[in-house]
Design a protein around this ligand. Structure first.
Ligand code: NI
Length: 257
């Protein structure tokens, strides 16, 4: 069995005291690949250092997170662009719109998102999308851009069935994380209706720890809890969940086939 954590901020300073032990626990739990979303210029160095320390295990993305979009976002975007020209990344992310924390910079968030989607098409990379309280907004922005090579993940998907179907229709996958294990999230009823071929697993560590670790620091070893819950919801084996979701991730990030 092997699991793929498609979204984990393992370079976060929250892991500074035990990063290697945390990774060892995840690998012992069956997680064999970790995809690291970038946030902004300050996370690039620790992210690339972690990737360099674990080649073929940790994979870096490049992008500007919507919560880091502010008055200086054009300078941030210029740095993203320089990195995209300098080396290959597995994806552009995480990018998107966040209407939960701060609505001050919505127009700039939208501009930064669209620019980075344009670069994803130029560099033929998937996009990893942060859609907090903005799923319909983002679906509306992406619909006119729909084409064969536009692909990616709606990370930490928590929407309803209609939104799930629209994401799939657009050619994207749904990133399923710890929220699936929360009581009354409703995400179990939605994922039950969606084919496994459209789902990937993620932790979003150090955030969004699954039950029974809810509210505490999340880590990639807990991906197993999400996988077990998904197997229960879908009425399939843990092996089936791990195999299909890892294949989906591998195909999206260009690691196989
Ligand atoms: Ni994230």
């Amino acid at each position: 069995m092997y699991l793929t954590d498609t979204h984990a901020h393992l370079y976060s300073e929250q892991f500074d005291d035990d990063r290697e032990e945390m990774l060892a626990r995840a690998i012992a739990a069956g997680v064999q690949a970790f995809f690291l979303p970038n946030v902004d210029k300050d996370t690039i160095e620790p992210m690339l250092a972690l990737e360099a320390a674990h080649p073929g295990v940790c994979y870096a993305m490049m992008g500007l997170h919507p919560c880091s979009v502010n008055e200086t976002y054009l300078e941030e975007l210029a740095i993203v662009r320089q990195w995209l020209e300098r080396r290959t990344f597995c994806a552009i992310g995480e990018i998107g719109i966040d209407l939960y924390w701060d609505k001050t910079h919505v127009a700039a968030q939208e501009a930064a998102f669209l620019k980075q989607v344009e670069w994803a098409l130029e560099f033929d990379l998937p996009v990893i999308i942060h859609s907090r309280e903005s799923t319909d907004h983002l679906l509306g922005l992406l619909a006119p851009l729909r084409r064969e090579r536009l692909r990616g993940i709606f990370h930490c998907f928590t929407g309803d069935r209609r939104q799930a179907e629209q994401v799939i229709e657009l050619g994207f996958l749904l990133g399923i994380g710890g929220v699936l294990t929360f009581k009354n999230s409703g995400l179990d009823a939605v994922t039950k209706q969606i084919g496994l071929e459209y789902l990937v697993l993620e932790t979003d560590a150090p955030y969004l720890a699954p039950t029974p670790h809810r509210g505490k620091r999340n880590e990639s070893a807990y991906l197993l809890r999400v996988a077990e819950k998904l197997a229960e919801v879908k009425g399939v084996s843990l092996d089936t969940v791990s195999q299909i979701t890892s294949q989906n991730a591998g195909r999206l990030f260009g690691l196989q086939g």
